[in-house]
Design a protein around this ligand. Structure first.
Ligand code: ATR
Length: 484
């Protein structure tokens, strides 16, 4: 069945790319009273949306790109929801060729922020607005209320914002959508959101592993502990999800599902992007990095095969006070999670400086409170912290979080040292504690590293007692110091 030619300029907004995410975003927009033009390269998908969902709102189906663009009211707003990369570039070109000055193209896919910056600059030259927009919450979020992170110009947001705010998740009467900043800022923060998500999932995994190995608890018993934690300051969607997964029993075998799932974690790449970008910016995101590497390690089949069964030289667990241990693990999880979030926000701060984005970190934490995978109570406190001190250099410098970390510290140290003694890998727990100890240190061994660099590469060093750059003439018998 061919789709009829739609009436021109009748749609408020359009979505091209009727994969699951595109279709759900379009349905969400239609449900909220917006007239939505829909299009897909293969028209059968557009027809399928009409067949299944036409009754949900006002859709304007278009068979061709010409019809799709013509059906949009001016200034036109067209959302692209296709695979990131070449497909996105191809669709942008098709749209741009048919659009007029002032029209807006929105990329809601998971594009790399540097691609978004490039596309925005190219389209701006042609008088078009390009908005790279992070959308979090998966399929269900897209349908029922995602967290939406649009970048691009303020002008574009003026037209787009009200529609996006209407379909976003709502928390305490506020939409989980805000104009994040110019050009690629939206995709950048979405990328870091995903990186933080990796770390958050990993710390929950480390807590699970410890409770299981140290106390011999079953997955269902750990689910009960997590359910209890989920009523306090660890209350989060990911904790909720973990409870569900740990309680699940595999029907064919009767075993806990978690015991029949292959322990090799997948990834789609946004965690790696977060780490690669952090390396470029020189920001230590150790928690996200370790979480990303932990996924890589879990999938390193040849290495794991070769090392399986190696002697650990570890002591057997013998925990006397089980309740106290559970509380220690809870606190270690909290502190490690806090460090990982703090590092993620640092990466955003560094990018804002590098790319000239004016990002309100408090607002960002606010729009992550609903709709997205890292939604959690905890983010409310982060909003408070950054609202009180927008330039806060690290979250643990905020009094509330500082007190939390101080209270967690003995537990955190016990858990990390016991894990080492008993041979349990806790890469994010331990690297986060190392980060805390390093960042609070009076002196770091970086002084020795500077000396080494000067010795073999004449890279010079600065002195603690005088301004300037110095070099020691290492190859001469006197080893005199000269000012560089
Ligand atoms: P899902 O969201 O269902 O997992 P997906 O594979 O991520 O699906 O979605 C891919 C979307 O990108 C589809 O709408 C696809 O169009 P087709 O249905 O015609 O395959 C669209 N897409 C991929 N490459 C494209 C391209 N080069 N030009 C236009 N659309 C493209």
């Amino acid at each position: 069945m061919a789709l009829a030619t739609p009436s021109p300029s009748s749609a408020d907004i359009g979505v091209t790319g009727m994969g699951v995410m595109g279709r759900n975003l379009a349905r969400n927009l239609a449900r909220h009273g917006h007239t939505v033009a829909i299009h897909n390269r293969t028209p059968a998908k557009t027809e399928a949306v009409m067949a299944g969902h036409a009754h949900e709102g006002a859709f304007v189906p278009a068979e061709t790109m010409d019809d799709f663009v013509a059906s949009l009211s001016s200034p036109r707003v067209a959302i692209i929801m296709v695979a990131a990369g070449a497909a996105t570039d191809a669709v942008i070109d098709e749209l741009a060729a048919r659009m007029d000055e002032g029209d807006i193209i929105v990329d809601c896919g998971n594009s790399l922020f540097s691609d978004t910056r490039r596309r925005e600059a190219a389209l701006r030259e042609r008088g078009l607005h390009f908005v790279g927009c992070g959308v979090s919450g998966g399929e269900e979020g897209a349908l029922w209320g995602p967290s939406i992170m649009p970048g691009g110009s303020v002008d574009a947001y003026r037209r787009l914002g009200p529609m996006f705010e209407s379909i976003a998740a709502q928390v305490d009467g506020e939409p989980c959508c805000t104009h994040v900043g110019a050009d690629g800022a939206g995709h950048f923060v979405k990328m870091v959101h995903n990186g933080i998500e990796y770390a958050d999932m990993q710390v929950i995994g480390e807590a699970y592993d410890l409770l299981r190995r140290a106390l011999g608890l079953t997955p269902a018993e750990i689910a009960d502990i997590f359910a209890d934690w989920n009523t306090g300051d660890l209350d989060s969607y990911l904790m909720e999800v973990s409870v569900e997964v740990l309680r699940q029993v595999d029907a064919p075998t009767g075993r806990p599902l978690v015991d029949v799932i292959v322990d090799a974690a997948g990834q789609k790449g946004t965690g790696s992007w977060t780490v690669q970008t952090a390396l470029d910016l020189g920001v230590p995101v150790t928690g996200i990095g370790e979480a990303t590497f932990a996924r890589g390690l879990s999938s390193s089949a040849p290495q794991r095969e070769a090392a399986r069964g190696f002697e650990g030289g570890a002591e057997p667990w013998a925990i006397d006070d089980r309740e106290a241990f559970v509380e220690d693990v809870r606190r270690a999880l909290y502190a490690s999670k806090l460090v990982a979030y703090s590092q993620g926000f640092n990466e955003i701060q560094a990018a804002a400086e590098a790319y000239g984005w004016d990002i309100d970190l408090g607002e960002l934490a606010r729009i992550w409170r609903g709709g997205c995978i890292i939604r959690a109570q905890f983010l409310g406190e982060i909003t408070r912290a950054y609202t009180a001190a927008p330039e806060l250099p690290l979250l643990i410098a905020d009094d509330y979080f500082h007190d939390k970390v101080l209270a967690a510290l003995p537990s955190w140290r016990r858990v990390v040292s016991l894990s080492a003694l008993h041979g349990v890998p806790v890469p994010v727990f331990s690297s986060s504690l190392s980060y805390y100890d390093a960042v609070r240190a009076d002196r770091l061994p970086a002084a020795l590293i500077q000396g080494q660099r000067d010795y073999f590469g004449a890279h010079t060093y600065r002195r603690t007692d005088r301004d300037g750059s110095f070099h020691t003439l290492w190859a001469t018998p006197e080893r005199a110091e000269v000012e560089a």
